[in-house]
Design a protein around this ligand. Sequence first.
Ligand code: NDP
Ligand code: MG
Length: 387
Amino acid sequence: MKRGIAILGSTGSIGKQAIEVIGLHPDRFFVTALTAHKNAALLFEQVRALRPRLAALTGVSEPVEVPDDLKFCEFRFGPRALAEVAREAEGQDVLAAVVGMVGLKSVMAARQAGKRVLLANKETLVAGGEMVMNACPKGTLLPVDSEHSAIFQCLQGAGPNPYERILLTASGGPFRTWDKERVKTATVAEALGHPTWNMGAKITIDSASMFNKALEIIEAKWLFNARPGQIQVVVHPQSIVHSAVEFKDGAVIAQMGVPDMKLPILYAMTYPERLQTGSKPLDLFALGQLTFERPDPEKFPALRMAYEALKAGGAACCVLNAANEEACYAFLRGEIPFGRISEIVETALQKHGGLPARELDDIDRADALARETARALMDGRSGSLIS
Ligand code: NDP
Ligand code: MG
C-alpha cells in the first residue's frame, strides 16, 4: 500500500531530500501536501511535479497568483496555513521539516488529526517537549535528525534491556580547532562553512555555535526518556558514527554511515523496513580512521546551557531555543558578532528560565518574552524584566 505524506518545509534542505527519496520509490509513497514559506517559484515547480491536492505558502500575507496549470491543487496562504495543512492533508504521515519553533502548532495539529509525525524540526520538541510527547504515543513520532535516528536504530536490537547511556556524536563544526577568542569574531561565511553536512543556514550556524548539539541533547531527553546525565556528547569530526547507545554489560551499539540525511529521512518513512537511498556506500578503507574528542566547554557554552535548562525544567528549554533563534538570525544578518549568540541565550535563560510550560499558552508566552529580551539585548536596551 502506498503511504501518503505531507511535507511541511518542502523547499528546504530536508524537504528537497525527502522529495528525492520519494522519487526513488514511487510505488511506496505519494505526496499529499507541500508547504514553503516564501519560495513560491520552487513550491510551484514541486506542485507541478508531485501533484499534491493541497499546498501552502506560509510567509505571505496576501494570496499569490497561482499558475493556470496548477489549478488542480488548493493553495492556502499565510502563517495559519501550516497547521491547517498538517491537519487537513490526506494520508498517514506528516514530515515536519520547517525550521524553528514556529512548527510546534503544526506538529500538534498533525497529532490531533491522528497523523504520524516524522520530525526533523527539532526546535518544536525543544520548545514544547512535554506537551508534544504527551500527544505522541509510541510509534507516532519518528526521529529524522541523524543522531536521533541513529539512537532509534541502535535501540531496535535492545529487546527488554534499557540503555545506560546515549553517546550523542557531534562533528564539532567549523571552529573545532580554532582558539576560543578567534571563534568570538568568526564571520558569517566562516560559520556557514560546515565541514561535513550541507544544510539550511540556521542549523549550519547552530552547528558552529554547538547550539545544534544543545538542542539535540534536549531532543534526545524527550525522544528517549533520558535523564540529562545519561547523555554524553562526543565530538567525532568525520561524522560517520551518527550516535551510539551503551548497555549495562558495556556493549556499545553504534550506527554508522556516510553523512547523508537521505538515510534517516527514508528510515523514518519506512520504519522498520529499509529501502535504498541512492547514496554511495560507506568505504572504511578510504576513511582510514575515526577519531573522538571531548567537547570544549569553554569555547562552546551551549552544551552547559542545555543541561542547565533541562535541570530547570518548565519553559527553560523553550527560552533557550527562542533566544538562540533570534540571536542566530541576527548574526546571519550581520547585526551581532558570533560570540554574542551564547551571551544572549545565557541572559535570556537567567531572566526567563523559571517560567512554566504546562500548555501551549505558557510556551507561547515564554517564547515571546525570550525573543523580546534577546532583541532588546541586541538593540542595547535592557530587555523585558518580567520573568
Ligand atoms: P531550510 O532553511 O533549508 O528549510 C526550511 C524550510 O522551512 C523551507 O521550506 C522554508 O521555506 C520553510 N520555512 C522557513 N521559515 C518558515 C516559517 N517561519 N514558517 C513556515 N515555514 C518556514 O532548513 P533545513 O531543511 O536545513 O532544516 C529544517 C529543520 O530540520 C530544522 O529544524 C533543522 O534543525 C532540522 N534538521 C535539518 C537537517 C539538515 O541536514 N538540513 C539535519 C537535521 C535536522 P522557504 O524555502 O520558502 O524559505
Ligand atoms: Mg543532527
